[in-house]
Ligand binder design. Structure first.
Ligand code: GAP
Length: 542
């Protein structure tokens, strides 16, 4: 699995994703999509919309406002209960999700360095002496407050302290961290958690923190309406249920899909774009007859699981996880997460919940407007049940990026290649002139670029040698390069053959095709038909 640092660095270098407000020191909780990133994320969103809205008879779209009436958030339960427990470090002041503190320790710089050291020869010889030496050297930089709290002498009794270490999978480290905690606490055996940032053993008792981001509508604060930036798109859908029903004349079962920005005052944003305070969601509220909800829920679980794989996520990196009874939201009948194996471990990509009739009932009660459906067959009013496949556009984009990342050796050199599915690749085609000083080649290549652009996002590049240009396109996942050379346009020795070379990113194989059939061949290639095209036109490999 690729390291997240490599992904972050590639994203910055090649213009996928930049840190927000970087020239001011950056904002850790927000990211900006650069020239390639915006194309890439737009492709993910476009495919989600196409597959879930345009290709279905039972779905319509909606784009609700981000700011809504404050009562919406009372009715939905967000004002009272949308919070996470947090704990703060008394030494460095950092805050963490209390329920994720062990993951935070696990992924902290000091703990990772410690793990690395433990794999080395010194630790194999005498583990505790190696730890002690490490604490006196590298740890001083990485976990300064752990050091300040440590006992002056190497302790002799290192038995497990009964440290409650849920979430860690490896017993060895569990034991080890427990011991560290006891060292850090200078013999205080009730002290159980070390700060992921500084190593101090001064984490506070967990308390709830609201995730709602307040905002004020109106020029004068005293009279302004206090509301919230929406924490999910779903409520905009529920409050519009009757509007959409009346306007679209849909019959159950039917869904309303929505994509858009949501905001949460996350305690610990992090892991690149995985958890941010501003993010985009792609949510479906699918309304069904009560009694058919369980079957529809399962259908959506299967469908959404297959969707990610259709666009390239490898089977071994994706799984479904059923929520335990005690982690279900109080209104949910059942919830299943689609999880992806991100560099920091298995994490939620999408949640698919059976929300029963909770939301429509709540909004009916708080607004006084009945949000019901008239069942013609049984001549009765009812409140539909809701199945909600709720995905994140940023998380999906990140998963597609991580999954596509490959490093390999070609002719003794490292090749970084993003093996994107053609439909999500930001750039579909790169047109490359073999000689940039040869006018006829450049003219033809530019004309070709303009023609291809009408159907596929195509770039022209002549700023390096052909080998380098190929590598550049590999690194941003462009599935096909089209090269225009002397043979294409002819010279004094030979007439033009009016053919170009198409080079496939994944196999690096090349085919030679007539300019007149380029568009037809490209259309085939975008469907993933390389093998067939290579059989008919194949010439060589780069
Ligand atoms: N309406 C239901 C709902 O919002 P959720 O599981 O809280 O459910 C749905 O959010 C999806 O939105 C998540 O699976 C994730 O992909 C995305 N998401 C949620 N919080 C996020 C955050 N802080 N940063 C990035 N994506 C987030």
């Amino acid at each position: 699995m690729v390291d997240m640092d490599k992904i972050v660095s590639l994203c910055k270098r090649r213009g996928f994703i930049f840190q927000s407000s970087e020239i001011y020191g950056g904002l850790g909780s927000a990211w900006d999509y650069g020239p390639l990133g915006v194309e890439f994320k737009n492709n993910v969103k476009r495919l989600w919309w196409r597959d879930n809205v345009h290709l279905r008879d039972d779905m319509v779209g909606l784009d609700a406002a981000i700011t809504m009436h404050p009562k919406v958030w009372e009715a939905s339960g967000h004002v009272a209960g949308f919070s996470d427990p947090f704990t703060g470090c008394g030494a460095c002041g950092r805050h963490y999700r209390a329920d994720q503190i062990f993951d935070a320790i696990w992924n902290s710089r000091w703990f990772r360095a410690l793990n690395k050291m433990l794999e080395g020869p010194a630790a194999k010889k005498d583990e505790w002496r190696a730890i002690w030496n490490w604490a006196d050297s590298e740890a001083k930089k990485l976990a300064p407050n752990f050091l300040a709290a440590r006992s002056p002498n190497m302790p002799t009794n290192m038995e497990v302290t009964g440290f409650p270490f849920e979430g860690a999978e490896d017993g060895r480290y569990k034991r080890f961290l427990a011991n560290l905690a006891s060292v850090g606490a200078k013999g205080n055996r009730t002290m159980d958690v070390l700060c992921p940032n500084c190593g101090a053993a001064q984490m506070s008792e967990p308390r709830p923190a609201s995730l709602m981001l307040e905002t004020f509508l109106g020029p004068v604060r005293e009279t302004a309406i206090k509301t919230y930036l929406r924490p999910e798109t779903a409520q905009g859908t529920f409050v519009n249920f009757d509007n959409v029903l009346q306007a679209s004349r849909k019959k159950l079962p039917f869904g309303i899909a929505q994509m858009g920005k949501s905001f949460r005052n996350e305690i610990t944003p992090g892991n690149f774009t995985f958890r941010t305070r501003e993010f985009e969601q792609m949510e479906i509220e699918f309304f069904v007859m009560p009694g058919t909800d369980e079957e529809w829920h399962q259908r959506w679980i299967d469908e959404r699981f297959a969707w990610y794989q259709k666009y390239g996520i490898r089977q071994e990196n994706i799984r479904l996880r059923e929520h335990e009874k005690d982690e279900l939201a109080f209104y949910a009948k059942r919830c299943v997460d689609v999880e992806y194996l991100f560099p920091m471990g298995w994490s939620e990509l999408e949640g698919i919940a059976n929300r029963a009739d909770y939301d429509l009932k709540q909004h009916s009660q708080y607004s006084g407007k009945a949000l019901e459906y008239f069942d013609e067959e049984n001549k009765q009013k009812l409140i539909p049940y809701v199945i909600e496949p709720a995905a994140g556009a940023d998380r999906s984009t990140l998963a597609f990026l991580v999954d596509a990342y490959h490093e390999e050796e070609v002719k003794g050199e490292k090749r970084v290649v993003l093996r994107f599915h053609p439909e999500i690749a930001p750039t579909k085609i790169a047109v490359l002139p073999l000689l940039k000083k040869y006018d006829r080649i450049v003219e033809t290549a530019k004309r070709l670029t303009a023609d291809l652009r009408k159907r596929w996002f195509t770039v022209y590049d002549d700023t390096a040698s052909i080998g380098r240009l190929y590598r550049r396109q590999d690194e941003v996942g462009t599935p096909y390069c089209v090269t225009v050379d002397v043979q294409t346009v002819g010279d004094e020795k030979a007439p033009a053959d009016d053919q170009v070379t198409i080079r496939d990113r994944d196999t690096m194989q090349q085919v030679r095709v007539a300019l007149s059939s380029l568009e037809t061949v490209m259309a085939k290639l975008m469907e993933g038909e390389w093998t067939e095209v290579y059989r008919d036109h194949g010439v060589s490999k780069e």
